[in-house]
Write a protein that binds this ligand. Sequence first.
Ligand code: GAR
Length: 217
Amino acid sequence: MKRRVAILISGRGSNMTALVEAAKAEGYPAEIAVVISNKAAAEGLAKARAAGIPTLVIESKPFGQDRVAFEAKLQSALDDNRIDLICLGGFMRLFTADFVQRWQGRMLNIHPSLLPSFRGLDPHGQALRAGVKISGATVHFVIPETDAGPIIIQGAVAIRDDDTAETLAARVLEIEHRIYPDALRLVASGGTRVDGEICKTAANASPDDSLISPSVI
Ligand code: GAR
């Protein structure tokens, strides 16, 4: 039985689209049952509708600081849709520890850095200011701490001397669109096992698993 997935978005929804596309493949172990946005103006909603995915808007703004009431409404939508797994795709709203615990091991997030480096806002600017030579993206299980939790998969890109936050973001985004569907495939097929803070997977490193940057002749 395919696992039923809700994707939560607040904006563009390009990771959502990557997951929707991947889930069309025969044998993919998850189906995207619903896309939920906390913002009515999220661009991703139209993309989801165009792909034939049911959408829901649960505006978070009217709830103000009342996270519990917002989450109660969200939870009832998740129940109505018999959701097994949640994928956060640029969902810009923090959850209470209670909500996170209810979904422990069943809620994934993507963050555009090689965690645990550069959590929070402006990860690409943070990476450039730190002068690291390699950056990337991480899919992880959600825990109460923001942009932290057992790491399921990471993808890396080399940073170029002339990179700006925008050019780096564009290359990392391509990696995001590759690794998020892979992470969901692993989790939905039972290919992950969390032991404390560590996630072990049934998959191996890729055959060429080295990335050295810069490349010195
Ligand atoms: C993505 O780059 C995602 O990694 C990031 O928001 C963007 C959403 O883009 N998430 C975070 O920074 C979470 N801390 P998308 O709406 O096109 O998928």
